[in-house]
Design a binder for this molecule. Structure first.
Ligand code: SF4
Length: 106
């Protein structure tokens, strides 16, 4: 039962994230930014599960790869522990690092 509940919550979260991604025009982060976010934020994070290659808080896949399932590729996604923001929420004045012109904030 716990497994079904966990999977149901995961599907709902994915559906919400996908809808937000599509509503904003499917903005993706540049490959080098995905790698930077992974190495600087997720890989050293205590919530990163290297066995499952996912975040233990949101249960999303995170990796350095340009993979459609990778949370870090979607510029509308942010860290549930506020270690990085969605690109459009990042008020930094730094150079753009995503294909959408978003900013890093690292
Ligand atoms: S998404 Fe955030 S909380 Fe999750 S592993 Fe990455 S940095 Fe950590």
């Amino acid at each position: 039962m716990n497994y079904l509940l966990r999977q149901s919550r995961r599907v709902v979260r994915l559906a919400k994230a996908w809808l937000k991604f599509k509503v904003h025009g499917s903005p993706k982060r540049a490959p080098q930014y995905v790698l930077l976010l992974f190495e600087a934020r997720c890989e050293p994070c205590p919530h990163y599960d290297p066995d499952l290659k996912e975040c233990s808080i949101c249960e999303c896949p995170v990796s350095p790869d340009v993979d459609e399932r990778n949370k870090l590729l979607w510029a509308t996604e942010e860290c549930p522990d506020k270690r990085f923001l969605a690109d459009e929420q990042n008020g930094s004045e730094s150079e753009p690092h995503s294909e959408t012109g978003g900013t890093v904030g690292l």
